[in-house]
Design a protein around this ligand. Sequence first.
Ligand SMILES: NC(=O)c1ccc[n+]([C@@H]2O[C@H](COP(=O)([O-])OP(=O)(O)OC[C@H]3O[C@@H](n4cnc5c(N)ncnc54)[C@H](OP(=O)(O)O)[C@@H]3O)[C@@H](O)[C@H]2O)c1
Length: 320
Amino acid sequence: MITLHPKINLEIFMMQITIIGFGNQAKSWALNLRDSNFKVTVALRKNSSSIKGVTDLGFSIQYLEEKLQGDYFCLLTPDHTHQDFFKSFKSSLPDQAKVIYAHGYSVLTHKLEKLYPDFTHLLLAPKSIGSELRAQFESGGDLGGVYSVEYSSAPELDTKAILEISKGLGLNLGPYKATFEHETRADLFSEQGILCSMIPYMASEMYDQLIAKGIEPELAYFECWYELKLIVKTMVDIGPQKFFDLISPNALIGSEKGFQKLVTPDLKAKLRDLYTEIENNQFDTEIKNTNLEVLRKTISSRWANSGLMKAHQLVQKESK
Ligand SMILES: NC(=O)c1ccc[n+]([C@@H]2O[C@H](COP(=O)([O-])OP(=O)(O)OC[C@H]3O[C@@H](n4cnc5c(N)ncnc54)[C@H](OP(=O)(O)O)[C@@H]3O)[C@@H](O)[C@H]2O)c1
């Protein structure tokens, strides 16, 4: 038996979307959905530093401290703030509000669906950083994502709405059905194993080695960093097999050598460890024990002092 949310009718495009927060994802969600003819408002704290930016872009604001209106509420504040959001602003949401998350982490970790069973917890996770969500929307590029309605009491209606919202965001690959758990684990694993670790840190290590051997910084920068965006785009556009069919003989032989030397049983075991530590919640404990501000400053200063960053600044300055 499907219960219709009182404010939802068959005119799915009349849905009012309330975007909570105005950071990386939220800004792109708000702009894309408005450009796709959804009725969009932005909800912020009364002391938010984003108020001017939101009004300058012509959005109307709702305040989290007051009664909120909307059919779907996209909770686009950082994951570690979601629990506090409910503690502070639960009573501002309408009864049985439908909340959409861009990542499953907070629901999975804090069991928000159990703590706040009166609300519907939905997932629509674009697989893109916020700035690219907007850029790809504007250029008509590819955007993928996944969704889940596993905690919905009206899954058909919510699926229909989620798919429309996804289209409005510009997603054209999927969105594929997943679960909060799978989306969270896969996302954390890809960040830890490749996207936010191996790619930047391997590039930096290799840059430093080239510099130590007397290679010019601009050349080392092109080889280790700049070319990444072109080669990764090609890999994704044409797929791994065609990519390896196309690369030059030297690149092919070198690739095999690097693969044999670097992708060792030890690396595979370390990747398995990363996943296990996500699965057994060790990583959650590490998150809880981390001072985020201190870590962000430490990592920011590590990169500010890196040779790769200096080369980046040099080349970018010369390209202007
Ligand atoms: N970053 C990405 O590109 C990316 C990629 C994929 C998925 N996601 C997901 O998208 C969601 C948002 O992440 P994000 O990186 O876009 O966040 P973000 O940029 O850090 O969000 C900042 C916004 O959140 C508001 N905010 C912060 N703490 C708050 C609180 N306690 N109560 C109310 N509002 C609060 C801020 O309000 P003020 O204006 O008052 O400062 C600001 O408007 C997360 O679930 C994340 O996992 C992000």
